[in-house]
Design a protein around this ligand. Structure first.
Ligand code: ACO
Length: 328
């Protein structure tokens, strides 16, 4: 059975570190509130670097570690909800800058679940034999969507990028994926794009009437409830029919949105806290990039050994959620 094995990981975080205390000058908040309610202490934010450039750095990092030349890549799957352009896409720009001249490219937008969805799609190409090397690269400039006067959301996010390079394999690699989407008719997690502006508009059909600007809008408490409900489901579903038990999984790499969400899910599943990889304290929520950034950090720390079973799990706007089970 063909599958896809992760042969390279990469990440990029902008140099500028914004601490919780820096928000005290912008909104009525403090370090203690942010740490106890979210687990976040600081986040990296872009002070000018474009989204594609962070993604390119993460992709180059992954290729270098794998010792693979850009020309060998068959597909580049860009993952972002904060692109620089509607087109060309993140993947198009990364392809051009890498010189990945033999790659087909497209982007995936699935909120913070985007990387898991990207892995799911990569798996389809790899298991069918259509591709041998697939690069999945996420880059998110979340801070460009933030309203820095809204204390309930602006403290939660950061910028960053991560990448994984997959190679075709006949043993190990991706074992299973599970993705799902629950309708979000009220726009619990939403960010407006361009508005219609042709000269003939009479009436506009709007879905979220109250969403007038292009800032992120989030119902925090309902998002929290959604997350603690669907994360355990995604983790359970991805194991179904694989013969792999939760006990056999060495690490779960959850989307990093709030430490309390992760702790809640850890307790619900009855697993040890050190089975859940957590780095939200340093980077906050970088949307779809949290998962590959975390994996690259784990690789850097030497936490993984061949044949370890790991689960990536995400949730986010859409309302999307999902998981990927991988043999390292
Ligand atoms: N500093 C100080 N006080 C604050 C802040 C802040 N930064 N933010 C909110 N508060 C206040 C509120 O105004 C409220 O005050 P009030 O009681 O006087 O009205 C109080 O703190 C409690 O607010 P809650 O919203 O109940 O706080 P909660 O404990 O739920 O934490 C949070 C809020 C952190 C947003 C939490 O609900 C959460 O993490 N939700 C999930 C967020 C998430 O997962 N987002 C993922 C987005 S994924 C994507 O796709 C974009």
């Amino acid at each position: 059975m063909l599958s896809g094995k992760i042969i390279g990981t990469g990440s990029y975080l902008p140099d500028f570190v914004m601490k919780n205390s820096d928000f005290e000058k912008l909104v009525e908040t403090n370090d203690e509130w942010i740490v106890t309610r979210t687990g976040i202490s600081e986040r990296h934010i872009s002070t000018g670097m474009e989204n594609w450039e962070m993604g390119l750095n993460a992709a180059q990092n992954a290729l270098e570690k794998a010792g693979v030349k850009a020309e060998a890549i068959d597909f580049i799957i860009g993952v972002t909800v904060t692109p620089d352009y509607f087109y060309p896409t993140l993947s198009n720009i990364v392809e051009a800058k890498l010189g990945a001249t033999n790659a087909s490219c497209f982007d995936v937008a699935a909120g913070c679940t985007g990387f898991v969805v990207g892995m799911d799609i990569a798996w389809q190409y790899l298991r069918s034999g259509k591709a041998k090397k697939v690069l999945v690269v996420s880059s998110e400039s979340m801070t460009k969507t933030l309203d820095f006067t809204d204390r309930s959301s602006c403290v939660l996010f950061g910028d960053g990028a991560g990448a994984m390079l997959f190679d075709s394999t006949e043993s190990g690699g991706i074992i299973n994926t599970y993705t799902m989407c629950e309708p979000d008719p009220e726009g619990l997690l939403a960010c407006r794009a361009l508005k219609p502006n042709n000269p003939f508009i009479k009436e506009r059909a709007t879905i979220f009437n109250d969403l007038s600007d292009t800032h992120l809008r989030m119902g925090g408490r309902d998002t929290y409830k959604f997350a603690v409900r669907v994360l355990p489901k995604a983790i359970t579903k991805v194991l179904e029919g694989t013969g792999v038990t939760l006990d056999e999984v060495k690490y779960i790499i959850p989307h990093q949105a709030n430490l309390r969400i992760i702790d809640h899910v850890t307790e619900y599943l009855g697993i040890a806290h050190d089975k859940m990889y957590v780095n939200i304290d340093k980077y906050a929520n970088t949307s779809s990039a949290t998962v590959p950034i975390a994996l690259d950090e784990m690789v850097g720390k030497g936490l993984l050994t061949p044949h370890d079973k790991i689960i990536f799990a995400g949730f986010g706007a859409g309302l999307t959620y999902g998981a990927a089970l991988v043999e390292w």
